[in-house]
Design a protein around this ligand. Structure first.
Ligand code: HPA
Ligand code: ZN
Length: 326
């Protein structure tokens, strides 16, 4: 079997997916219409043409604008269900889904509206497709730590539905240290800490995420490669890295997929996984991410098997559940 044939069929897990980043233009137009909200694009094609990014901020501006049309619980349900339908097609059997409450509460949408819609879809996906999932509540790092504390408070009635906390949005100039206290408190509440680090920011931010936020998994982490001591530590401490190849090229962190460091990371013994990040914006869901790397980096079947195995091993599933898949 070729690596490409293998990856299309094999049960796999996705560990880095922003639900707001799975918002396909078709659904965006549909929801905008029913909520009577204007989108500044004439058509789906015109909107898709705007998906040309020079960096992370270019993308985030469009991503937050897209999320503006999400108002009702049903909207969050439809958004999440769309993602699960894609998971079912690609044999993603477990998904760890990030959501950004502040993207919505800042616009006057209640925390409960967001989480109830997502939760209903999770239950439906489990029932209909047998897909397991868990939630990572991500704090927006361009906002203040006080704002994140407010979000933490809002989440507490729903603590049983949320597994982990994360840190996303504009990385440069917003180091992990800015959120040390809110992560400390989040851990006390029982949330597992993760954070985006080393996507656009320096290796120093990865050290901060590890040492100050006590994170157990890193989202992206590519820029850690510039520091051999850090690489050694990530390998030694078995820190999972949720790498997103098509995101990295779309946001110009890597100039072209042939130059993506995924294979190098694997060869160094880093605990890498492959993920889609914001698939509606970056040109492909998880399988497409794998296929692009298989093609461009000449990944072997052994490499791909390792990546799939990592996707379960570095998930937040219980050890017993992991055993079912590995
Ligand atoms: N990076 C940082 N923040 C984000 C991203 C990303 O790729 N997607 C959604 N929020
Ligand atoms: Zn991300």
């Amino acid at each position: 079997m070729t690596p490409s044939e293998y990856i299309k069929k094999v049960p796999k897990a996705e560990l880095h997916l922003h639900i707001e980043g799975s918002f396909e233009p078709e659904l965006m137009f549909e929801i905008a219409q029913r909520n009577k909200i204007e989108i500044p694009y004439e058509s789906i094609e015109e909107l898709k043409k705007a998906y040309q990014f020079g960096n992370l901020q270019d993308f985030l501006d469009i991503y937050y604008a897209g999320a503006n049309v999400l108002i009702h619980e049903q909207d969050f349900y439809d958004l999440t269900m769309d993602y699960f339908k894609q998971c079912a097609k690609e044999n993603v059997v477990h998904a760890e889904i990030m959501f950004d409450p502040q993207t919505h509460t800042k616009r006057g949408v209640e925390f409960s509206t967001v989480i109830n819609g997502i939760q209903r879809a999770r239950e439906e996906a489990e029932k209909q497709f047998g897909i397991s999932s868990l939630l990572i509540m991500s704090y927006l790092r361009h906002l203040s730590e006080d704002d994140a504390f407010e979000t933490l408070q809002q989440s507490l009635p729903y603590k049983h539905l949320i597994k982990a906390v994360g840190l996303d949005s504009s990385e440069k100039g917003n180091p992990p240290s800015k959120f040390q206290k809110v992560f400390e408190e989040s851990i006390k509440e029982g949330y597992i800490p993760v954070a985006h680090a080393g996507e656009e920011g320096p290796a120093e931010y990865i050290y901060e995420a590890l040492d100050l936020l006590k994170i157990v998994r890193i989202d992206h982490g590519n820029n850690g490669l510039s520091d051999p001591k850090l690489v050694e530590r990530l390998v030694e401490e078995k820190i999972g890295l949720t790498v997103c190849p098509l995101s990295n090229t779309a946001l110009r962190n890597v100039d072209q997929i042939n130059n993506h460091p995924l294979k190098k990371m694997l060869d160094l013994g880093l605990k890498v996984t492959v993920n889609s990040d914001d698939p509606a914006y970056f040109g492909g869901y998880i399988t497409e991410n794998y296929l692009s790397c298989i093609d461009a980096l000449d990944l072997s079947l052994k490499n791909v098997k390792q990546l799939v195995r990592n996707s379960f091993e570095y998930s937040f599933l219980s050890d017993k559940k992991k055993e079912e898949f590995i």
